[in-house]
Design a protein around this ligand. Structure first.
Ligand SMILES: C[S@@+](CC[C@H](N)C(=O)[O-])C[C@H]1O[C@@H](n2cnc3c(N)ncnc32)[C@H](O)[C@@H]1O
Length: 267
């Protein structure tokens, strides 16, 4: 792969590579069988940032019902459902090629989009293996059964080889608030760290095609894994670079980043 085609940043120890590119262009340039896990959080395109917006715009997006003005918060979240389905299938065709055999791909979504995106992702060549729930503990805004979870779909490339036997398909971690949140769709480091711990060998490489603020890189680095993270928006690329460097600096000489992990809390 010729990284010089895109703006990029590599951590001093060479373990983290962050690339400012469209993921479909980047993935098609990557070599086959080089990655140990895909952990990625694409735009959900399910109708807006706030739950109230999603409820008024029906399931998924139909191009004519939304305008770019409604969705300024990050790239591609204003796509219609067919655009998302096309993009995710293309991503998965490449990931199937790039992943080593017997490895997993984890893709975040919300309940609305599973019927649309799960078949598209599976058609990329990997088997739909599990549905993992991120339980946020407290419900968000809304009425009736207020939303308190998001979904992580797992796909496998052959018969999965896990790194431990104590993984569970409900991951409990509070939603993020406050100054630590530098991206509107940022996920907790602990949730992504648990996916890495169970799926990826120490020293292995995790790929994130929709990197946002770089949470996957922070989690991978804290667990002694390598990360290749792609983000299309130049602003978020810079935010991720600053965040990852800051985390690495703080960690210098003080041990692993991930201290209060989900599995430690559960035992
Ligand atoms: C849901 S956010 C990821 C948030 C991330 N998990 C975090 O914790 O910060 C999705 C990201 O994908 C980026 N994106 C959208 N389309 C993309 C594409 N085609 N290639 C690469 N990145 C893309 C958006 O700019 C956005 O930052």
């Amino acid at each position: 792969m010729n990284l010089d085609r895109w703006p990029h940043w590599v951590s001093d120890d060479g373990a983290i590579t962050l690339i400012n590119a469209d993921c479909l262009a980047l993935l098609s340039d990557m070599e086959a069988c080089t990655v140990d896990a895909l952990i990625t959080d694409p735009p959900y395109c399910s109708g807006g940032y706030m739950e109230a917006q999603k409820n008024t715009k029906a399931q998924g997006l139909r191009g004519a019902t939304v305008s770019a003005e409604d969705f300024k918060w990050f790239t591609s979240d204003n796509m219609g459902t067919s655009g998302l389905v096309w993009m995710l299938r293309e991503m998965m065709v490449q990931c199937h090629r790039i992943l080593k055999p017997n490895r997993s791909a984890f893709v975040f979504t919300d309940w609305r989009m599973i019927p649309n995106v799960a078949p598209a992702l599976e058609s990329g060549g990997m088997r739909y293996r599990n549905m993992i729930v991120w339980d946020k503990g407290n419900a968000g805004l809304g009425v009736g059964f207020k939303p308190a979870h998001e979904i992580i779909m797992e796909f496998c490339n052959g018969s999965t080889e896990y790194q431990c036997k104590d993984g569970q398909n409900v991951l409990r971690s509070a939603r993020l608030y406050g100054p630590a949140k530098v991206h509107g769709a940022q996920k907790p480091v602990e949730v992504i760290a648990e996916l890495i711990r169970v799926s990826t060998p120490i020293g292995g490489t995790v790929l994130d095609a929709f990197g946002g603020s770089g949470t996957t890189a922070v989690a991978a680095s804290g667990l002694g894994r390598r990360a290749m993270v792609c983000e299309r928006d130049p602003g978020y690329f810079e935010i991720a670079k600053t965040r990852i460097q800051k985390e690495l600096d703080q960690r210098n000489g003080t041990g692993p980043l991930i201290k209060a992990t989900l599995w430690e809390a559960a035992t």
